[in-house]
Design a protein around this ligand. Structure first.
Ligand SMILES: [Zn+2]
Length: 464
């Protein structure tokens, strides 16, 4: 027992000491604009994969480190490069799979960034940059924890480790399921750590135990065969904008809650979370009211939501007095835990068809689905993870739901039904992942790295 305590202290000490170099390497990764979306330079994603591969090799813990990809089903093209590294378990010890992704979201309107998105910049205890949190910090938490664990116990440990750093998570993980089946032997593990979520706040760690799913699609609304002068026929025929606005407004009730029959919600208790915290974390001004009903966290974790995320229509600069014949919108919906994403999509499509005003012609395309997920929290890996988080942060972890989606977790469970899944992360509520001024809270990163190193230490003491 004494020696175990000493070992755990040594790991903690090495992990704390590993933080500055992990942050320096994180800065180098942030400088690479690894956006895997169509229309961006794929060479940057390759560069970023090579940088991660070099970091994995330098840990000295893996038997094999390579860059790998997989075919995108029905697309006739390969997915983006991932990094895959493996080390076999010995003496009956478990294997842990460490997942993160090295691709990032596009930067959006660059003028909204207070410092350049690919120039890592520290301000007020946070590291700013695209990918500084989501999810290059997840990559460096894994690498830093492996470095620290090796530093403390030597490279000769028994724990099996697989490292899988995906290159297309933000772009929809299109080859993910294929990748899992192509590389199943390398990826098979007893415990899977998905380091791509967040924490309760900057001081309190969390295990993410429920995730909403999502469905997204493009809707084209057509009401006229061609455009006309709005003074000629306005008032007698519907223009597509009027039909679209009328139709979209039926998606929500007066409280702003989703009003689509067939979308389900999950009945589960949620922790206390005040409107004041919501205002602070979401940037909701005093005069604007929140939407929905029920506890605030039930609205975000357990109920569906619908957002119009894009619209193709004449721009303000090009606005002329014209009746638009057609308008296209992108609708993105979050699906409550417990509902299949395809069923949720079917309910929304049926709702829109039933409410199309004036017989407007609707066309649906580019459907995309991700299933929600509930984590089984009964296994020993969850107990070890809670221990490690509590020890690293000095605060007991919270079981958290998140309103976002990590659809590939359903793929992981399908491919590896016996594995215990731990959804962890380096983000805090102010990280602004996907938005301008994304940032990493430096204390949270340190605690996350220490917690992961302590988790490795605990799992290395388990037999399976
Ligand atoms: Zn992410």
């Amino acid at each position: 027992m004494t020696s175990d305590l000493n070992r755990s202290d040594a790991v903690r000490e090495a992990a704390t000491a590993a933080v500055p170099s992990a942050l320096a390497d994180l800065g180098s990764l942030v400088r690479i604009p690894s956006i895997a979306f169509p229309g961006f330079d794929p060479a940057q994603v390759q560069r970023s994969a090579e940088a991660v591969k070099a970091l994995a090799e330098a840990t000295g813990v893996f038997d094999s480190v390579r860059i790998a990809d997989a075919e995108i089903p029905d697309a006739g093209e390969r997915g983006m490069p991932a990094v895959l590294a493996t080390r076999a378990a010995r003496n009956g010890r478990p294997t842990i799979l460490l997942y993160a992704h090295h691709d990032v979201q596009p930067v959006g309107d660059e003028s909204l960034w207070e410092s350049p998105p690919f120039e890592p910049t520290v301000r007020d205890g946070r590291l700013y940059g695209r990918g500084a949190a989501d999810d290059k910090a997840g990559v460096m938490a894994h690498i830093g924890a492996l470095r620290a664990f090796t530093e403390a116990v030597g490279a000769d440990f028994d724990l099996g480790v697989a490292l899988f750093i995906e290159g297309e998570e933000e772009a929809g993980s299109r080859s993910f399921a294929q990748f899992l089946s192509d590389h199943a032997d390398a990826l098979r593990a007893d415990v899977i750590v998905v380091a791509d979520s967040g924490n309760w706040d900057s001081k309190t760690p969390a295990l993410t135990v429920s995730l909403r799913g999502n469905t997204r699609f493009t809707l084209r609304v057509r009401t006229l065969e061609h455009a006309s002068h709005s003074g000629m026929f306005g008032g007698a025929v519907p223009d597509a904008m009027m039909a679209t606005v009328t139709l979209l407004s039926t998606l929500w009730d007066e409280s702003g809650a989703v009003a689509v029959e067939g979308l389900t919600e999950r009945d589960a208790a949620t922790p206390e979370y005040s409107e004041e915290t919501l205002r602070d974390e979401a940037g909701l001004p005093a005069g604007v009211s929140p939407t929905g009903t029920g506890t605030i966290l039930s609205r975000i974790w357990n109920k569906p939501s619908i957002t119009v995320t894009g619209i193709d229509a004449p721009s303000v600069a090009n606005a002329s007095n014209t009746l638009s014949p057609e308008v296209s919108v992108v609708i993105s919906a979050r699906v409550a835990p417990g509902q299949d994403a395809h069923d949720a999509y079917a309910a929304i499509e049926a709702h829109l068809r039933a409410h199309a005003p004036f017989g407007a012609e609707l066309e649906f395309s580019h459907q995309d689905y991700g299933n929600p997920f509930l984590v089984d929290t009964s296994g020993w890996a969850v107990a070890d993870a809670r221990d490690a988080l509590g020890a690293a942060y000095g605060v007991e972890p919270v079981d958290m739901g998140v309103g976002g989606s990590i659809p590939f977790i359903a793929d992981l469970v399908r491919e590896f039904p016996g594995a215990q899944i731990l959804v962890t992360g380096v983000e805090d509520p102010h990280a602004r992942a996907h938005s301008p001024n994304e940032s990493l809270h430096l204390d949270t990163f340190r605690n996350a790295l220490v917690a992961e190193a302590l988790l490795l230490e605990r799992l290395d003491g388990r037999t399976v």
